[in-house]
Design a protein around this ligand. Structure first.
Ligand code: PLP
Length: 474
Protein backbone atom coordinates (compact mmCIF):
# COMPACT_ATOMS: atom_id res chain seq x y z
CA UNK A 1 0.00 0.00 0.00
CA UNK A 2 1.40 3.39 -0.86
CA UNK A 3 0.87 6.59 1.07
CA UNK A 4 -1.85 7.98 -1.21
CA UNK A 5 -3.85 4.77 -0.90
CA UNK A 6 -3.32 4.76 2.86
CA UNK A 7 -4.73 8.29 3.11
CA UNK A 8 -7.74 7.42 0.96
CA UNK A 9 -8.57 4.21 2.85
CA UNK A 10 -7.94 5.75 6.24
CA UNK A 11 -10.52 8.43 5.44
CA UNK A 12 -13.09 5.85 4.43
CA UNK A 13 -12.38 3.84 7.59
CA UNK A 14 -12.85 6.90 9.77
CA UNK A 15 -16.19 7.59 8.08
CA UNK A 16 -17.24 4.01 8.79
CA UNK A 17 -16.06 4.32 12.40
CA UNK A 18 -18.05 7.50 13.02
CA UNK A 19 -21.17 5.91 11.46
CA UNK A 20 -20.68 2.78 13.55
CA UNK A 21 -20.39 4.73 16.77
CA UNK A 22 -23.44 6.80 15.89
CA UNK A 23 -25.60 3.80 14.94
CA UNK A 24 -24.27 1.10 17.23
CA UNK A 25 -27.64 0.66 18.94
CA UNK A 26 -29.11 -0.58 15.66
CA UNK A 27 -26.94 -3.71 15.72
CA UNK A 28 -28.10 -6.72 17.74
CA UNK A 29 -25.93 -6.55 20.85
CA UNK A 30 -25.28 -10.29 20.69
CA UNK A 31 -24.74 -11.68 17.17
CA UNK A 32 -27.00 -14.44 15.93
CA UNK A 33 -24.22 -16.89 15.03
CA UNK A 34 -23.24 -20.44 15.95
CA UNK A 35 -19.75 -21.73 16.62
CA UNK A 36 -17.93 -22.13 13.30
CA UNK A 37 -20.27 -19.84 11.32
CA UNK A 38 -17.67 -17.13 10.95
CA UNK A 39 -14.62 -19.29 10.24
CA UNK A 40 -16.29 -21.21 7.45
CA UNK A 41 -16.49 -17.98 5.41
CA UNK A 42 -12.71 -17.69 5.19
CA UNK A 43 -10.55 -19.33 2.51
CA UNK A 44 -8.54 -22.26 3.83
CA UNK A 45 -5.27 -20.80 2.52
CA UNK A 46 -3.87 -17.25 2.62
CA UNK A 47 -3.88 -15.28 -0.65
CA UNK A 48 -0.75 -15.63 -2.77
CA UNK A 49 -1.33 -12.29 -4.46
CA UNK A 50 -2.10 -8.85 -3.08
CA UNK A 51 -5.82 -8.08 -2.73
CA UNK A 52 -7.55 -4.76 -3.19
CA UNK A 53 -8.10 -2.94 0.09
CA UNK A 54 -11.71 -2.24 -0.95
CA UNK A 55 -12.32 -6.01 -1.06
CA UNK A 56 -10.76 -6.54 2.37
CA UNK A 57 -12.82 -3.75 3.89
CA UNK A 58 -16.01 -5.05 2.25
CA UNK A 59 -15.34 -8.47 3.82
CA UNK A 60 -14.79 -6.80 7.19
CA UNK A 61 -18.27 -5.32 6.95
CA UNK A 62 -19.91 -8.50 5.63
CA UNK A 63 -18.06 -11.27 7.44
CA UNK A 64 -16.71 -9.76 10.64
CA UNK A 65 -19.14 -7.11 11.87
CA UNK A 66 -22.19 -9.43 11.85
CA UNK A 67 -20.23 -11.84 14.04
CA UNK A 68 -19.26 -9.27 16.64
CA UNK A 69 -20.73 -8.75 20.11
CA UNK A 70 -21.20 -5.00 20.31
CA UNK A 71 -19.45 -3.96 23.51
CA UNK A 72 -19.78 -0.35 22.42
CA UNK A 73 -23.58 -0.52 22.63
CA UNK A 74 -25.16 1.07 25.71
CA UNK A 75 -27.41 -2.00 25.73
CA UNK A 76 -24.39 -4.15 26.55
CA UNK A 77 -24.82 -4.74 30.29
CA UNK A 78 -22.93 -8.03 30.67
CA UNK A 79 -19.77 -8.76 32.73
CA UNK A 80 -18.04 -5.43 33.25
CA UNK A 81 -17.90 -3.03 30.33
CA UNK A 82 -14.73 -2.73 28.29
CA UNK A 83 -15.61 0.85 27.77
CA UNK A 84 -14.03 3.42 25.59
CA UNK A 85 -14.53 6.91 24.22
CA UNK A 86 -13.86 8.82 21.07
CA UNK A 87 -10.67 10.51 22.34
CA UNK A 88 -9.40 7.10 23.41
CA UNK A 89 -10.07 5.62 19.97
CA UNK A 90 -8.21 8.51 18.37
CA UNK A 91 -5.31 7.98 20.77
CA UNK A 92 -5.20 4.29 19.78
CA UNK A 93 -5.07 5.27 16.11
CA UNK A 94 -2.00 7.39 16.77
CA UNK A 95 -0.41 4.67 18.91
CA UNK A 96 -0.83 2.27 15.99
CA UNK A 97 0.55 4.85 13.59
CA UNK A 98 3.65 5.60 15.67
CA UNK A 99 4.12 1.84 16.14
CA UNK A 100 6.51 2.47 19.02
CA UNK A 101 7.72 -0.38 21.16
CA UNK A 102 8.09 1.12 24.59
CA UNK A 103 10.33 -1.39 26.34
CA UNK A 104 12.94 1.11 27.56
CA UNK A 105 13.14 4.86 27.87
CA UNK A 106 15.41 5.20 24.84
CA UNK A 107 13.05 3.33 22.52
CA UNK A 108 10.36 5.96 23.10
CA UNK A 109 11.32 8.69 25.61
CA UNK A 110 8.00 10.53 25.27
CA UNK A 111 6.04 7.32 25.86
CA UNK A 112 8.01 6.52 29.01
CA UNK A 113 7.64 10.02 30.43
CA UNK A 114 3.99 10.39 29.49
CA UNK A 115 3.30 7.04 31.18
CA UNK A 116 5.00 8.30 34.35
CA UNK A 117 2.92 11.49 34.25
CA UNK A 118 -0.39 9.70 33.55
CA UNK A 119 0.20 7.42 36.53
CA UNK A 120 0.76 10.57 38.62
CA UNK A 121 -2.41 12.17 37.27
CA UNK A 122 -4.52 9.12 38.02
CA UNK A 123 -3.03 8.87 41.50
CA UNK A 124 -4.30 12.41 42.09
CA UNK A 125 -7.66 11.71 40.46
CA UNK A 126 -8.33 8.65 42.63
CA UNK A 127 -6.72 10.23 45.73
CA UNK A 128 -4.36 7.26 46.04
CA UNK A 129 -1.52 7.47 48.55
CA UNK A 130 1.24 9.89 47.53
CA UNK A 131 3.90 7.27 48.20
CA UNK A 132 2.55 4.94 45.49
CA UNK A 133 4.42 4.68 42.18
CA UNK A 134 2.57 3.48 39.09
CA UNK A 135 3.16 1.60 35.87
CA UNK A 136 0.78 0.64 33.07
CA UNK A 137 0.20 -3.08 32.56
CA UNK A 138 -1.85 -4.84 29.92
CA UNK A 139 -4.44 -6.34 32.27
CA UNK A 140 -5.33 -6.63 35.95
CA UNK A 141 -4.49 -10.33 35.68
CA UNK A 142 -0.89 -9.42 34.84
CA UNK A 143 -0.73 -6.82 37.61
CA UNK A 144 -1.96 -9.34 40.19
CA UNK A 145 0.59 -11.86 38.95
CA UNK A 146 3.26 -9.16 39.36
CA UNK A 147 2.07 -8.51 42.92
CA UNK A 148 2.24 -12.18 43.90
CA UNK A 149 5.62 -12.69 42.23
CA UNK A 150 7.01 -9.59 43.96
CA UNK A 151 5.61 -10.69 47.30
CA UNK A 152 7.24 -14.10 46.77
CA UNK A 153 10.61 -12.58 45.90
CA UNK A 154 10.56 -10.09 48.76
CA UNK A 155 9.64 -12.82 51.24
CA UNK A 156 12.36 -15.13 49.95
CA UNK A 157 15.05 -12.44 50.00
CA UNK A 158 14.91 -12.51 46.17
CA UNK A 159 16.09 -16.12 46.21
CA UNK A 160 13.31 -18.04 44.43
CA UNK A 161 14.15 -16.17 41.22
CA UNK A 162 17.73 -17.43 41.49
CA UNK A 163 17.47 -20.80 43.13
CA UNK A 164 13.95 -21.96 42.44
CA UNK A 165 11.63 -23.16 45.18
CA UNK A 166 13.95 -25.72 46.75
CA UNK A 167 14.51 -24.64 50.32
CA UNK A 168 11.83 -21.95 50.11
CA UNK A 169 9.06 -21.78 52.68
CA UNK A 170 5.57 -23.02 51.91
CA UNK A 171 3.83 -19.82 50.87
CA UNK A 172 0.11 -19.21 51.34
CA UNK A 173 -2.07 -16.64 49.57
CA UNK A 174 -5.46 -15.50 50.92
CA UNK A 175 -8.47 -13.96 49.23
CA UNK A 176 -12.21 -14.09 49.72
CA UNK A 177 -14.30 -16.83 48.12
CA UNK A 178 -15.63 -14.09 45.78
CA UNK A 179 -12.29 -13.29 44.16
CA UNK A 180 -11.73 -13.06 40.45
CA UNK A 181 -10.26 -16.10 38.70
CA UNK A 182 -7.12 -14.08 37.87
CA UNK A 183 -5.98 -14.70 41.46
CA UNK A 184 -6.44 -18.46 41.05
CA UNK A 185 -4.43 -18.20 37.85
CA UNK A 186 -1.67 -16.08 39.42
CA UNK A 187 -1.04 -18.50 42.31
CA UNK A 188 -0.74 -21.34 39.81
CA UNK A 189 1.72 -19.50 37.57
CA UNK A 190 3.74 -18.11 40.49
CA UNK A 191 4.44 -21.64 41.71
CA UNK A 192 2.47 -21.15 44.93
CA UNK A 193 -0.04 -23.83 43.92
CA UNK A 194 -3.82 -23.67 43.99
CA UNK A 195 -3.92 -25.80 47.15
CA UNK A 196 -2.15 -22.95 48.91
CA UNK A 197 -4.77 -20.36 48.04
CA UNK A 198 -7.06 -19.98 51.03
CA UNK A 199 -10.59 -18.83 50.24
CA UNK A 200 -11.74 -16.67 53.11
CA UNK A 201 -15.42 -16.56 54.13
CA UNK A 202 -17.52 -13.52 53.32
CA UNK A 203 -20.28 -11.71 55.20
CA UNK A 204 -23.89 -11.15 54.11
CA UNK A 205 -22.67 -8.43 51.71
CA UNK A 206 -20.12 -10.78 50.08
CA UNK A 207 -17.21 -8.85 51.64
CA UNK A 208 -14.24 -10.67 53.15
CA UNK A 209 -14.56 -11.56 56.82
CA UNK A 210 -11.35 -10.31 58.52
CA UNK A 211 -11.85 -12.53 61.59
CA UNK A 212 -11.84 -15.62 59.39
CA UNK A 213 -8.79 -14.29 57.53
CA UNK A 214 -6.85 -13.89 60.75
CA UNK A 215 -7.90 -17.34 61.98
CA UNK A 216 -6.62 -18.93 58.76
CA UNK A 217 -3.34 -17.02 58.99
CA UNK A 218 -2.80 -18.17 62.58
CA UNK A 219 -3.52 -21.75 61.62
CA UNK A 220 -0.99 -21.64 58.77
CA UNK A 221 1.70 -20.09 60.97
CA UNK A 222 1.07 -22.66 63.70
CA UNK A 223 1.56 -25.42 61.14
CA UNK A 224 4.81 -23.98 59.80
CA UNK A 225 3.58 -22.34 56.62
CA UNK A 226 4.39 -18.76 55.52
CA UNK A 227 1.45 -16.39 54.86
CA UNK A 228 2.63 -14.50 51.79
CA UNK A 229 -0.06 -12.28 50.36
CA UNK A 230 -3.67 -11.25 50.86
CA UNK A 231 -5.58 -10.12 47.77
CA UNK A 232 -8.53 -7.96 48.74
CA UNK A 233 -11.14 -6.50 46.42
CA UNK A 234 -12.67 -3.10 46.02
CA UNK A 235 -15.51 -4.36 43.87
CA UNK A 236 -15.68 -8.14 43.48
CA UNK A 237 -16.64 -9.46 40.07
CA UNK A 238 -20.03 -10.93 40.89
CA UNK A 239 -21.51 -8.20 43.07
CA UNK A 240 -18.90 -5.38 43.45
CA UNK A 241 -18.63 -6.19 47.15
CA UNK A 242 -16.16 -3.96 48.97
CA UNK A 243 -13.75 -5.80 51.24
CA UNK A 244 -12.80 -4.02 54.51
CA UNK A 245 -9.46 -2.69 53.28
CA UNK A 246 -8.37 -1.08 56.57
CA UNK A 247 -8.99 -4.20 58.64
CA UNK A 248 -7.18 -6.36 56.08
CA UNK A 249 -4.25 -3.90 55.88
CA UNK A 250 -3.86 -4.02 59.66
CA UNK A 251 -3.84 -7.82 59.70
CA UNK A 252 -1.25 -7.81 56.92
CA UNK A 253 0.93 -5.39 58.86
CA UNK A 254 0.63 -7.46 62.02
CA UNK A 255 1.81 -10.65 60.29
CA UNK A 256 4.13 -9.01 57.72
CA UNK A 257 2.07 -10.09 54.70
CA UNK A 258 1.88 -8.37 51.30
CA UNK A 259 -1.52 -6.73 50.75
CA UNK A 260 -2.60 -6.41 47.12
CA UNK A 261 -5.85 -4.53 46.44
CA UNK A 262 -7.76 -5.58 43.32
CA UNK A 263 -9.99 -2.67 42.30
CA UNK A 264 -10.07 -3.69 38.63
CA UNK A 265 -13.55 -2.35 37.93
CA UNK A 266 -14.65 -0.27 40.90
CA UNK A 267 -11.35 1.59 41.34
CA UNK A 268 -12.52 4.19 38.84
CA UNK A 269 -15.31 5.21 41.25
CA UNK A 270 -12.59 6.63 43.53
CA UNK A 271 -12.61 9.69 41.26
CA UNK A 272 -15.68 10.62 43.31
CA UNK A 273 -14.88 12.01 46.77
CA UNK A 274 -18.12 10.47 48.07
CA UNK A 275 -16.91 6.96 47.11
CA UNK A 276 -13.46 7.16 48.71
CA UNK A 277 -14.64 5.40 51.84
CA UNK A 278 -14.14 2.23 49.79
CA UNK A 279 -10.37 2.69 49.83
CA UNK A 280 -9.79 3.59 53.47
CA UNK A 281 -6.69 1.67 54.51
CA UNK A 282 -5.22 1.46 50.99
CA UNK A 283 -2.41 3.70 52.25
CA UNK A 284 -1.17 0.70 54.22
CA UNK A 285 -1.36 -1.70 51.27
CA UNK A 286 1.60 -2.82 49.16
CA UNK A 287 -0.03 -2.70 45.76
CA UNK A 288 -3.24 -1.61 44.03
CA UNK A 289 -4.65 -2.24 40.58
CA UNK A 290 -7.51 -0.73 38.59
CA UNK A 291 -8.48 -0.89 34.94
CA UNK A 292 -9.06 2.32 33.01
CA UNK A 293 -10.09 -0.17 30.29
CA UNK A 294 -13.10 -1.21 32.31
CA UNK A 295 -14.80 1.94 33.53
CA UNK A 296 -12.56 4.89 32.71
CA UNK A 297 -13.46 5.31 29.05
CA UNK A 298 -10.13 4.00 27.78
CA UNK A 299 -9.91 1.30 25.14
CA UNK A 300 -8.78 -2.15 26.15
CA UNK A 301 -6.03 -2.72 27.12
CA UNK A 302 -4.91 -0.39 29.87
CA UNK A 303 -4.34 -1.33 33.50
CA UNK A 304 -2.96 0.97 36.18
CA UNK A 305 -0.77 -0.82 38.72
CA UNK A 306 0.56 1.02 41.78
CA UNK A 307 3.16 -0.18 44.26
CA UNK A 308 4.49 1.09 47.56
CA UNK A 309 8.01 -0.21 46.93
CA UNK A 310 9.07 0.00 43.27
CA UNK A 311 12.52 -1.40 44.16
CA UNK A 312 10.89 -4.70 45.13
CA UNK A 313 9.04 -4.81 41.81
CA UNK A 314 12.19 -4.01 39.84
CA UNK A 315 14.31 -6.50 41.81
CA UNK A 316 11.80 -9.17 40.85
CA UNK A 317 11.62 -8.43 37.14
CA UNK A 318 14.87 -6.66 36.15
CA UNK A 319 16.96 -8.06 33.34
CA UNK A 320 19.95 -6.38 31.77
CA UNK A 321 21.11 -7.90 28.50
CA UNK A 322 24.03 -6.14 26.79
CA UNK A 323 21.95 -5.29 23.74
CA UNK A 324 19.50 -3.22 25.83
CA UNK A 325 22.00 -1.24 27.94
CA UNK A 326 21.98 2.54 27.49
CA UNK A 327 23.99 5.39 28.93
CA UNK A 328 20.96 6.78 30.80
CA UNK A 329 19.84 3.60 32.55
CA UNK A 330 20.56 5.07 35.99
CA UNK A 331 18.49 8.21 35.34
CA UNK A 332 15.29 6.85 33.76
CA UNK A 333 12.46 4.39 34.24
CA UNK A 334 12.92 1.40 31.93
CA UNK A 335 9.46 -0.09 32.20
CA UNK A 336 10.62 -3.47 30.80
CA UNK A 337 11.75 -4.08 34.40
CA UNK A 338 8.32 -3.27 35.90
CA UNK A 339 6.45 -6.34 34.70
CA UNK A 340 6.41 -9.53 32.64
CA UNK A 341 6.67 -8.47 28.97
CA UNK A 342 9.69 -6.84 27.40
CA UNK A 343 7.79 -5.20 24.54
CA UNK A 344 5.16 -2.69 25.56
CA UNK A 345 2.52 -0.71 23.67
CA UNK A 346 2.24 3.07 24.00
CA UNK A 347 -0.88 2.93 26.18
CA UNK A 348 -0.36 6.23 27.98
CA UNK A 349 -1.28 8.21 24.87
CA UNK A 350 -4.96 7.22 24.89
CA UNK A 351 -5.15 7.95 28.61
CA UNK A 352 -3.73 11.41 28.01
CA UNK A 353 -6.35 12.02 25.33
CA UNK A 354 -9.20 10.75 27.52
CA UNK A 355 -8.26 12.67 30.65
CA UNK A 356 -7.65 15.90 28.75
CA UNK A 357 -10.67 15.70 26.46
CA UNK A 358 -13.15 14.68 29.19
CA UNK A 359 -11.49 16.49 32.05
CA UNK A 360 -11.67 15.08 35.57
CA UNK A 361 -15.11 16.66 35.97
CA UNK A 362 -16.38 15.01 32.79
CA UNK A 363 -15.20 11.61 34.03
CA UNK A 364 -16.73 12.22 37.45
CA UNK A 365 -20.06 13.22 35.91
CA UNK A 366 -20.34 9.97 33.94
CA UNK A 367 -19.34 7.78 36.86
CA UNK A 368 -21.85 9.56 39.09
CA UNK A 369 -24.56 9.05 36.48
CA UNK A 370 -23.77 5.32 36.17
CA UNK A 371 -23.98 4.87 39.92
CA UNK A 372 -27.26 6.79 40.09
CA UNK A 373 -28.72 4.54 37.36
CA UNK A 374 -27.67 1.48 39.35
CA UNK A 375 -29.34 2.88 42.43
CA UNK A 376 -32.50 3.64 40.42
CA UNK A 377 -32.84 0.04 39.26
CA UNK A 378 -32.06 -1.23 42.76
CA UNK A 379 -35.03 0.79 44.06
CA UNK A 380 -37.31 -0.45 41.26
CA UNK A 381 -36.46 -4.04 42.12
CA UNK A 382 -37.02 -3.43 45.82
CA UNK A 383 -40.46 -2.01 45.04
CA UNK A 384 -41.50 -4.91 42.81
CA UNK A 385 -43.35 -7.71 44.62
CA UNK A 386 -42.01 -10.49 42.35
CA UNK A 387 -38.38 -9.50 41.95
CA UNK A 388 -35.70 -9.65 44.63
CA UNK A 389 -32.17 -8.35 45.02
CA UNK A 390 -29.63 -11.06 45.71
CA UNK A 391 -26.84 -8.73 46.85
CA UNK A 392 -26.36 -5.17 48.07
CA UNK A 393 -25.72 -2.58 45.34
CA UNK A 394 -22.85 -0.34 46.47
CA UNK A 395 -22.25 0.91 42.91
CA UNK A 396 -23.93 0.07 39.61
CA UNK A 397 -23.88 -3.72 39.32
CA UNK A 398 -27.22 -5.25 40.19
CA UNK A 399 -27.73 -8.92 41.05
CA UNK A 400 -31.36 -9.97 41.28
CA UNK A 401 -33.90 -12.56 40.23
CA UNK A 402 -37.52 -13.00 39.36
CA UNK A 403 -39.02 -14.82 42.33
CA UNK A 404 -42.78 -15.18 41.87
CA UNK A 405 -44.73 -17.49 44.11
CA UNK A 406 -43.56 -20.83 42.68
CA UNK A 407 -41.36 -23.48 44.19
CA UNK A 408 -37.79 -22.44 44.96
CA UNK A 409 -36.30 -25.29 42.93
CA UNK A 410 -37.81 -23.87 39.73
CA UNK A 411 -36.38 -20.38 40.13
CA UNK A 412 -32.94 -21.07 38.64
CA UNK A 413 -34.29 -22.42 35.36
CA UNK A 414 -36.98 -19.74 35.25
CA UNK A 415 -34.39 -16.97 35.53
CA UNK A 416 -32.02 -18.60 33.08
CA UNK A 417 -34.82 -18.79 30.54
CA UNK A 418 -35.67 -15.11 31.10
CA UNK A 419 -32.03 -14.19 30.45
CA UNK A 420 -31.85 -16.32 27.32
CA UNK A 421 -35.07 -14.86 25.92
CA UNK A 422 -33.97 -11.29 26.61
CA UNK A 423 -30.54 -11.85 25.08
CA UNK A 424 -32.08 -13.51 22.01
CA UNK A 425 -33.91 -10.27 21.19
CA UNK A 426 -30.60 -8.57 20.40
CA UNK A 427 -31.93 -5.50 22.22
CA UNK A 428 -29.98 -6.16 25.40
CA UNK A 429 -27.17 -8.41 26.51
CA UNK A 430 -26.45 -9.30 30.11
CA UNK A 431 -24.99 -12.29 31.94
CA UNK A 432 -25.56 -14.25 35.10
CA UNK A 433 -23.78 -15.14 38.30
CA UNK A 434 -24.42 -17.54 41.17
CA UNK A 435 -24.97 -16.20 44.67
CA UNK A 436 -25.52 -18.47 47.66
CA UNK A 437 -26.27 -21.15 45.08
CA UNK A 438 -29.00 -19.11 43.44
CA UNK A 439 -28.95 -18.24 39.74
CA UNK A 440 -28.76 -14.45 39.59
CA UNK A 441 -29.45 -12.07 36.75
CA UNK A 442 -26.64 -9.50 36.74
CA UNK A 443 -26.55 -6.12 35.03
CA UNK A 444 -23.57 -3.73 35.05
CA UNK A 445 -24.09 -0.10 34.13
CA UNK A 446 -20.69 1.23 33.12
CA UNK A 447 -21.05 1.70 29.40
CA UNK A 448 -19.75 5.08 28.22
CA UNK A 449 -22.96 6.17 26.50
CA UNK A 450 -25.45 4.71 28.95
CA UNK A 451 -28.51 6.90 29.58
CA UNK A 452 -31.60 6.49 31.73
CA UNK A 453 -33.65 5.33 28.71
CA UNK A 454 -31.36 2.29 28.22
CA UNK A 455 -31.78 1.22 31.82
CA UNK A 456 -35.56 1.80 31.71
CA UNK A 457 -35.84 -0.22 28.49
CA UNK A 458 -33.74 -3.02 29.95
CA UNK A 459 -35.92 -3.19 33.05
CA UNK A 460 -39.13 -3.15 30.98
CA UNK A 461 -37.84 -5.91 28.69
CA UNK A 462 -36.79 -8.11 31.60
CA UNK A 463 -40.22 -7.71 33.24
CA UNK A 464 -42.00 -8.46 29.96
CA UNK A 465 -39.94 -11.64 29.33
CA UNK A 466 -40.36 -12.68 32.97
CA UNK A 467 -44.14 -12.53 32.63
CA UNK A 468 -43.97 -14.39 29.33
CA UNK A 469 -41.79 -17.22 30.62
CA UNK A 470 -43.93 -17.60 33.73
CA UNK A 471 -47.15 -17.75 31.70
CA UNK A 472 -45.81 -20.15 29.07
CA UNK A 473 -43.76 -22.59 31.13
CA UNK A 474 -44.67 -22.54 34.83
N1 PLP B 1 -10.27 -8.42 39.03
C1 PLP B 1 -11.59 -8.21 38.99
C2 PLP B 1 -12.30 -7.82 40.27
C3 PLP B 1 -12.30 -8.34 37.80
O1 PLP B 1 -13.63 -8.16 37.79
C4 PLP B 1 -11.60 -8.67 36.62
C5 PLP B 1 -12.31 -8.81 35.34
O2 PLP B 1 -13.49 -8.65 35.24
C6 PLP B 1 -10.21 -8.87 36.70
C7 PLP B 1 -9.59 -8.74 37.92
C8 PLP B 1 -9.41 -9.24 35.49
O3 PLP B 1 -9.25 -8.15 34.63
P1 PLP B 1 -8.34 -8.24 33.33
O4 PLP B 1 -9.21 -8.71 32.23
O5 PLP B 1 -7.85 -6.84 33.13
O6 PLP B 1 -7.23 -9.19 33.61
Amino acid sequence: MDNDSFRKHAHSLVDWMADYLQNVEEYPVLPDVKPGDIKKQFPKLPPEQSEQFEAIFADFKQQIVPGMTHWESPNFMAYFPGNKSMPSILGEMLTATLGAQCMIWLTSPAAAELEEQMMEWMKEMLALPKHFTGVIQDTASTATLCAILTAREKASGYKVNEEGFSGAEKYIVYASNQIHSSIDKAVKIAGIGSNNLRKVNVDHAFALDPAHLEALIKEDIAEGRKPLCVVSAIGTTSTTAIDPIMAISKICQKYDIWHHVDAAYAGTALVLPEMRWMAEGVELADSFVFNPHKWMFTNFDCTAYYVKDPRALINTFAISPDYLKTSVDDEVKNYRDWGVPLGRRFRALKLWFVIREMGVEGIQAKIRKHIALGQWLKTEIEKHPDFELLAPVPLNTICFRFAPNISEDKLDSLNEEIMNRVNATGKLFFAQTKLNNKFSLRLAFGNTNLEAKHVENAWALIQEKAKGVLASEY
